[in-house]
Ligand binder design. Structure first.
Ligand SMILES: [Zn+2]
Length: 311
C-alpha cells in the first residue's frame, strides 16, 4: 500500500528489493498454518505480508491507521485497533529507524513492514547513507525478518532476559543484515566487498573506543534495550553481527545458517538448532569469532570473499 508522497519510482525500488529476496526465502504452507480461534474460524494460513509505504510529512495518517486496522489486528475491536495502528505510526517515527517488520503472532492476521522515515523515492548518494537507507537493501533486511518470524509465529515468547525464541538478537539482526548486503552485491546495487569492508572499518573504530564489547552483550531483548542509543549501537547490532553471520557460514554453510537453522527452531529451540547447524555451542562460537576477528583486516575479508558467489 502506498500513500501520498511516495512516487512510482519509490514503489518500484521496494518491489525490486522484495522480489530479490522473496525469490530465495519463503516459508512453507505448514509453517504458516495456525489453529487460532480468532483467525479464520480456528484454522488458517498466515500468508499475508502487508507493506506500507508512506511519507511522514505528506501522507494522511488517518487513512493509514484505518488500513492497518483492516488487515492487521483480527482480535481487536475498532478503538483498540486504531490505538495499535497509531502505535505502528509512532514507532516508525523513531529517529534513526528507517523501517521495521512486525510478526503475525496471535491476535494478528498478517505480517507487516512499515517504511516510515525511509525515503523510498531516491537512492542515497554516499556510502554511509547507501548502507543505511538504500530502499531496496532495507526491504531485503525487513523481508528477511518476516521470513524469520514465519518460523516462530506459533511459539511462546521467551522472557526478555533470555535468548529469544528466534535465537540471540545479534543473530536475528545479523542474518537480516548479512542477506541484505549479499543481495545488494549480487544485484549490483553496491558491491559486497565495499559494504563488508566499510562495516569492518566501522567496527574496528568502535572496538578501539570500546574494547570490552562482545556479541554476548547482544543476546537478549533486555540487552538490546541497554544498547539502544549507545554510540556503538549500529556497529554492534548490524555490522559486527553481519560479520559474525559470515563467519558462521564459513564454519558451516549457507544452507545451515540461512535455512536449516530456521526450520529447526520450532522443534529444537535456538540453542540446539544452533548446535545442530553450526556444529558448536554459542559459547564456542563466540570464542571462534573472537579468534577470527583477531586476524588482520585483509585476511578476514579474504576468508569471506567467496560468499558472494555461493548462494
Ligand atoms: Zn532488523
Amino acid at each position: 500500500m502506498s500513500y501520498e508522497g511516495v512516487t512510482q519510482t519509490g514503489i518500484d525500488y521496494v518491489i525490486e528489493g522484495i522480489s530479490s529476496v522473496a525469490e530465495r526465502f519463503n516459508p512453507t504452507i505448514t509453517q504458516l498454518t495456525v489453529g487460532w480461534d480468532s483467525f479464520q474460524g480456528g484454522v488458517g494460513v498466515q500468508n499475508y505480508l502487508g507493506i506500507i509505504l508512506w511519507d511522514h510529512v505528506k501522507s494522511d495518517r488517518d487513512l493509514i491507521t484505518g488500513d492497518i486496522c483492516a488487515f492487521r489486528y483480527s482480535e481487536l475491536g475498532l478503538v483498540e485497533c486504531l490505538k495499535a495502528a497509531e502505535l505502528n505510526i509512532s514507532i516508525g517515527l523513531y529517529p534513526g529507524l528507517s523501517a521495521y517488520a512486525q510478526s503475525a503472532t496471535r491476535t494478528h492476521n498478517g505480517f507487516l513492514i512499515m517504511t516510515a522515515a525511509l525515503n523510498v523515492n531516491e537512492l542515497p548518494n554516499n556510502l554511509t547513507t547507501a548502507v543505511l537507507y538504500d530502499p531496496r537493501k532495507v526491504m531485503v533486511h525487513e523481508y528477511f525478518h518476516a521470513y524469520q518470524q514465519s518460523h516462530v509465529i506459533d511459539l511462546a515468547q521467551k522472557p526478555s532476559n533470555e535468548i529469544s525464541e528466534y535465537g540471540p538478537i545479534w543473530f536475528i539482526e545479523g542474518s537480516a543484515e548479512y542477506v541484505s548486503v549479499l543481495i545488494s552485491g549480487q544485484k549490483y546495487w553496491k558491491p559486497f566487498e565495499t559494504i563488508m569492508r566499510f562495516y569492518q572499518r566501522r567496527i574496528d573504530e568502535t572496538l578501539t573506543g570500546f574494547p570490552q564489547l562482545s556479541l554476548e552483550n547482544i543476546e537478549t531483548h533486555d540487552q538490546k534495550r541497554l544498547l539502544s542509543g549507545e554510540p556503538y549501537e549500529i556497529e554492534m547490532m548490524y555490522y559486527w553481527s553481519a560479520w559474525a553471520v559470515a563467519h558462521a557460514i564459513n564454519l558451516s554453510s549457507y544452507h545451515s545458517v540461512l535455512y536449516a537453522y530456521w526450520e529447526d527452531l520450532s522443534v529444537y529451540g535456538p540453542t540446539i538448532a544452533w548446535e545442530r547447524n553450526i556444529g558448536m555451542t554459542f559459547e564456542e562460537f563466540y570464542d571462534s569469532f573472537a579468534e577470527f576477528w583477531a586476524l588482520d583486516s585483509p585476511t578476514k575479508w579474504f576468508k569471506i570473499a567467496w560468499q558472494i558467489n555461493a548462494m
